[in-house]
Design a binder for this molecule. Structure first.
Ligand code: F6P
Length: 562
């Protein structure tokens, strides 16, 4: 049965007409216990979702929809290694990567845990050797800089976590991340590096990704040129390159020795891969014991997710409230606002996690979805965002539900800072909820001695409608364990939404067409002529770029002749 034909869906549609005009503040007035009743605390994380137009009845109906859509059965199917990625015929077992318990995790009659533990052991060994100065560059100097070369899931997760856990870094060992095919990214990174003490990690599940391969080749060229007199190419690559991939033939062809290659499996999706060997730069940067803490935090969230009834389940309730906004209240965007500078890359990480997973237009049977699916995810750290786009959150015509993420305790010893950060985070959720009515604005302006005419002119501009929804997510501290739990929380939130929408959250065919067409455009650029078969705009753009390149070349040549 189509999702929109289900009685549970229709009941929510009818209910949304009742709730559409509700003031959230009135819900608080009706229920003194609301703040507690619409909060969940688990795995060191508090989720307060009371500042939404969600009543006890809304929650009951949302949970009924999730039950009707077999969410509990779908959760079990994922953890049990069923092939739920139906367009690629793959299991989805990133949860096994952080499984800290003894029972086997079976896939096709085989326990995947021994293989996972073996790779983790090798990662531990590599991290200890590099951090302890045992593994060294070809001239015998310890490594000072790691450069991860990867893109998408082979970049965003390790980059986000390494940045978030900055205080756990080893002084004297810097981590860099190069992803963009724009040569500026690699050039700017290499500019400050000493080739003798630089270790490159080429991270690519497929080892066929255009951006990663050209960056890796250019990095190898840089190394070989800089150290040409020191050692033969083979020795240089052996010392200064490691790889993380499922494509072991391609890593060997690149020249990376098997001892420096860390494998993983096709049942680990790119955007879910930071828990696998793709997390090697994390383990090198913060130490293997902290990487294990990250895994443990995620495992704790996994256990909570699979064993807790939906109405007390952190990821499930966040998913349901999100779905309420997207499908029933007509709010298709979602802001992620970490009040933690170290989480500056979290919105970009979540963009891939959520939008690559649930940006889908057909359901599992291939039928067009007649309901909105994945939201537009965007955001930036607070308090910076307050001085940029928060205007839109408070007074724009669109309503954007937002996640405010903050840690109760500071990561750094900077007296006075953390309380100001906390105060701003909490106050913003209060301001969005409460708003400021006309009477309050007028009274304020009168108290300042403003003339009546001026008060009338300015009042509409200074009114805040309020009633703007937000979640507040409070960690005790931003540490490896809580970060692991936070990431797993969002992974499972995305899972629950995809499960209800009946879409495959684990493929990403939508990225393929652009890659294919880029091949044709590249051929045209190399041939110096826009070929037929493009639309007129595209053809003109290719020609325009080629003309500008010719002009630039001509100018350069003329300058050289002068
Ligand atoms: O283009 C999208 C994508 O396939 C992502 O899903 C993936 O994380 C990224 O490219 C990188 O892929 P790989 O790790 O194979 O280089």
């Amino acid at each position: 049965m189509r999702l929109t034909d289900r009685s549970t869906w229709k009941a929510l549609q009818a209910h949304s007409r009742e709730m559409g005009g509700v003031r959230i503040l009135d819900l608080f007035a009706q229920d003194a216990q609301r703040a507690q009743a619409f909060s969940i605390e688990a795995c060191g994380i508090l989720l307060d979702y009371s500042k939404h137009p969600v009543s006890a009845e809304t929650r009951r109906l949302l949970v009924a929809l999730a039950q009707d859509a077999s969410v509990p059965e779908q959760i079990a199917a994922m953890f049990d290694g069923r092939r739920i990625n139906i367009t690629e015929n793959r299991a989805v077992l990133h949860t096994a990567l952080r499984n800290r318990s003894q029972p086997p995790v079976m896939l096709d009659g085989e326990d995947v845990m021994p293989g996972i533990r073996a790779v983790l052991d090798r990662m531990r060994g590599m991290a200890e050797r590099v951090r302890g100065g045992i593994a060294r560059g070809c001239t015998g100097r310890p490594f000072t800089d790691l450069v991860n070369i990867g893109i998408g899931g082979s970049d965003l997760g390790p980059l986000m976590v390494t940045t978030a856990l900055r205080p756990y870094g080893l002084p004297g060992l810097r981590a860099h991340f190069v992803s963009n095919v724009d040569g500026a990214h690699l050039a700017a990174t290499l500019a400050g590096l000493d080739p003798e003490t630089t270790l490159f990690i080429v991270s690519s599940k497929t080892f066929t990704t255009q951006e990663t391969l050209i960056n890796a080749r250019s990095a190898r060229e840089w190394l070989l040129t800089k150290l040409a007199t020191i050692a033969p190419a083979k020795v240089l690559v052996e010392h200064h390159f490691a790889a993380v991939s499922t494509n072991l033939d391609a890593t060997a062809e690149f020249g990376i020795i098997p001892e420096r290659v860390f494998g993983f499996w096709d049942w680990v999706g790119g955007r879910y891969s930071l828990w696998s060997a793709i997390g090697l730069p994390i383990a090198l940067a913060i130490g293997f014991e902290h990487f294990e803490e990250l895994l443990s935090g995620a495992y704790e969230m996994d256990e909570h997710f699979r064993n807790t009834p939906l109405e007390r389940n952190l990821p499930a309730m966040a998913a349901l409230v999100g779905l309420w906004h997207i499908d029933f209240l007509g709010h298709p965007t979602h802001a992620v606002l970490p009040y933690a500078q170290d989480l500056m890359n979290f919105p970009a990480f979540l963009q891939q996690l959520d939008m690559e997973s649930n940006g889908k237009r057909v359901d599992r049977s291939g039928t067009a979805a007649d309901y909105p699916t994945g939201p537009v995810i965007w955001g930036a750290p607070g308090t910076n965002g307050q001085h940029a786009f928060f205007q839109h959150l408070h007074q724009g015509t669109l309503v954007t539900p937002a996640d405010f993420i903050v840690a109760a305790n500071a990561a750094d010893d900077m007296p006075g800072h953390h309380d100001i950060l906390l105060a701003n985070c909490i106050a913003q959720t209060e301001a969005l909820l409460r708003g400021k009515g006309e009477e309050e604005v007028r009274a304020e302006l009168r108290a300042r001695g403003m003339r009546a005419g001026e008060i009338e002119r300015l009042t509409p501009h200074r009114v805040f409608p309020g009633n703007r929804p937000s979640n507040t997510i409070v960690l005790e501290r931003l540490d490896p364990r809580s970060l692991g739990a936070l990431i797993a929380f969002y992974e499972h939130k995305v899972f629950v939404q995809g499960a209800i929408w009946n879409i495959n959250s684990f493929d990403q065919w939508g990225v393929e067409l652009g890659k294919q067409l880029a091949g044709g455009v590249l051929e045209d650029l190399k041939a110096g002529k826009a070929g037929d078969g493009h639309d007129p705009s595209t053809k003109r753009l290719i020609q325009h770029v080629l003309d500008r390149q010719r002009k630039d070349k001509g100018t350069l040549e003329a300058e050289q002749e002068r």
